[in-house]
Design a protein around this ligand. Structure first.
Ligand code: PBG
Ligand code: ZN
Length: 333
């Protein structure tokens, strides 16, 4: 005979009672769409490594966005992709080119879609000739101080162009402090959210992105600045440090393999919004596995959203955003 408390099924027999088991459920506000902006204004190039995603030129952007805005898209994060010859140099000096793809896209989006929340990823790897995320010393290791100075300039220039959020993904030590100070000095700190990619792990999950963003390192890898996949303690330290340095929101990346870290972040940074990035490798893996019949794409993607939110995320960066907006509407009916 079961005891009264051993009966769990009574709480999950109906769709409504199942829904009530969640602490929080997904809404459209919780989705941020990562977008690649090409320096060819006419581009609308399908990205082979990210099926369904495009490198978009600024002359094609508004048309691309219109249906997404209609579906209820609330926020985007911009990645500039310079493809022209001669744009990259040792210090990534074109990252904040006023005529470059990121700043042009920010201005255009803010002007055309006043209700859209526009974030910019802040990094140098798309703009450096060596493809690393900071400025290097003679011996090829990172010069943290120079990198931070440069990253702060870039972040401030994105904010001046109208970005409401800057999200440094470079992983230099101390960049949150330096960017926050830059925003304060330019009188922008009160209206720009600083999302720190605090717990960003090195590994295999970013391959399709680097292809999309043209940011493969020319030599070596990123293991001396992104976190080792085994490092729970270091992730906790990075989260605490970035809170101290002035982050407004903490990010964990990749998502699915690091749900334990999302939970850590939700506990350590309990008073902060927590974001999780379902990265390019996760996107492509789910896409190809669905194509191969392993599972249904909508079901699996929506399940991963539930997983993120259960773990503690309040914001999800995912290339599936356009699809999820549609699927959320279908579920309403
Ligand atoms: C740039 C950056 C990367 C991603 C976000 N910002 C690539 C990297 O660190 O190599 C990865 C996003 C993805 O894989 O979807 N530093
Ligand atoms: Zn980078």
């Amino acid at each position: 005979m079961s005891s009264p408390k051993s009966i769990l099924h009574g709480g999950i027999h109906y769709p409504l009672t199942r829904a009530l088991q969640a602490e929080r459920s997904l809404t459209k506000d919780m989705l941020m769409y990562p977008m690649f902006i090409s320096d060819d204004p006419e581009a609308l190039d399908a990205i082979a490594s990210l099926p369904g995603q495009y490198r978009i030129g600024t002359n094609k952007l508004v048309e691309f966005m219109n249906p997404l805005i209609k579906k209820g898209l609330k926020s985007v994060i911009i990645f500039g992709v310079p493809l022209k010859e001669g744009v990259k140099d040792k210090t990534g000096s074109r990252a904040d080119d006023p005529e470059g793809p990121t700043i042009l896209a920010v201005r255009l989006l803010r002007k055309t879609f006043p209700d859209l929340f526009v974030a910019c990823d802040v990094c140098l790897c798309e703009y450096t000739s060596h493809g690393h995320c900071g400025i290097l010393r003679e011996d090829g290791s990172l010069n943290n101080d120079l990198s931070n100075k440069r990253l702060a300039e870039v972040a401030v220039n994105y904010a001046k162009a109208g970005a409401q959020c800057v999200a440094p993904s470079d992983m230099m030590d101390g960049r949150i402090r330096s960017i926050k100070q830059g925003l304060m000095d330019s009188g922008l700190a009160h209206k720009v959210m600083l999302i720190s990619y605090s717990a960003k792990f090195a590994g295999n999950w970013y391959g399709p992105f680097r292809d999309a963003a043209n940011s493969v390192p020319a030599f070596g890898d990123r293991r001396c600045y992104q976190l080792p996949p085994n490092a729970r303690g270091l992730a906790r330290r990075a989260i605490k440090r970035d809170m101290e340095e002035g982050a407004d929101c903490i990010m964990v990346k990749p998502g699915m393999p690091y749900l334990d870290i999302v939970r850590e972040a939700a506990e350590i940074a309990a008073d902060y919004p927590i974001s999780v990035y379902q990265v390019s490798g996760e996107y492509s893996m789910l896409y190809h596995a669905s194509k191969a019949g392993v599972f249904d794409l909508k079901s699996i993607v929506m399940e991963t959203m539930t997983n993120f939110i259960r773990a503690g995320a309040t914001l999800v960066l995912t290339y599936y955003t356009p699809d999820i907006l549609t699927w959320l509407d279908e579920e309403q009916q």
